[in-house]
Design a protein around this ligand. Structure first.
Ligand SMILES: Nc1nc2c(ncn2[C@@H]2O[C@H](COP(=O)(O)OP(=O)(O)OP(=O)(O)O)[C@@H](O)[C@H]2O)c(=O)[nH]1
Ligand SMILES: [Mg+2]
Length: 225
């Protein structure tokens, strides 16, 4: 484990996992509180997903089935936690209007049959959000392998790893997730962040870590445009 790690709180503090200018460049930017779902954009993003023709502003949300992609995405967009009740059968496209821009989140389901589509969308996106289930110890090696394969030919794509389900008893700490995913090997030229998240059950406001993730994503998208 590199010396760059800070001690992580139980819920997982925001963690810059790579060194260099990329980390230093992270500036705090606040999303407009009225960031809202844009239904017409949802349709456009879904169509773009179908045709493989994004506007170049898409944020790809990937990770194994059950990691919590849909739940996290919904929470990021609405500012209220809500756990998903069904697996994503294909794509899940959501647009968010912020003060500075419109962002298109595109989740592709994580089941085995859908994973072959992941790499098709990678060249068109600004940012990859990779969600892992921090308590799914058995499948972390697979999550690592898929992440490394995905980005091996793209040395500059920014990556935000969300170590989700930090609420579960057996959840790995942020430090352990960093090691299990071998994030130190992902490349020095990219911006790479690891943040611990959880989606509560009760419909309450999102946690401070989720807010951090949201602001970071907005900033990375701005920088990438
Ligand atoms: N305890 C706990 N459960 C969560 C959390 N996030 C999601 N879940 C639950 O985990 C399960 C899977 O969540 P989803 O959001 O559907 O996962 P996904 O990654 O979108 O899965 P696919 O669409 O199948 O690829 C659901 O039962 C959620 O309620 C979390 O932070 N903590
Ligand atoms: Mg899903």
């Amino acid at each position: 484990m590199g010396a760059r790690l800070r001690p992580a709180a139980r819920w997982g503090a925001a963690l810059a996992a790579t060194g260099g200018a990329a980390v230093a460049a992270w500036v705090w930017v606040r999303w407009r509180s009225r960031a809202a779902l844009a239904p017409d954009c949802t349709v456009a993003a879904a169509a773009a997903a179908d045709q493989g023709t994004g506007h170049g502003k898409q944020i790809l949300v990937l990770g194994l089935d059950g990691a919590g992609k849909t739940s996290v995405l919904h929470s990021l967009v609405t500012n209220h936690v809500k756990r998903s009740v069904a697996p994503t059968e294909g794509f899940n496209a959501i647009c968010v209007n912020t003060e500075e821009s419109q962002m298109e989140f595109l989740e592709i389901g994580g089941s085995e049959s859908l994973r072959s589509y992941w790499k098709m969308y990678l060249p068109k996106v600004l940012l990859l959000i990779y969600v892992v289930d921090s308590a799914d110890h058995a499948r972390l090696p697979l999550a690592k392998q898929l992440l490394h394969q995905l980005i091996q030919n793209n040395s500059t794509l920014p990556v935000v790893v969300l170590a989700n389900k930090q609420d579960l008893e057996g959840a790995y700490s942020i430090t352990d997730i960093h090691d299990a995913l071998a994030l130190s090997d992902i490349g020095d030229n990219r911006k790479m962040f690891l943040i611990g998240t959880h989606v509560a059950e009760d419909g309450s406001e999102i946690s401070s870590n989720m807010k951090d993730a949201k602001e970071l994503i907005a900033q990375l998208v701005l920088e990438a445009q």
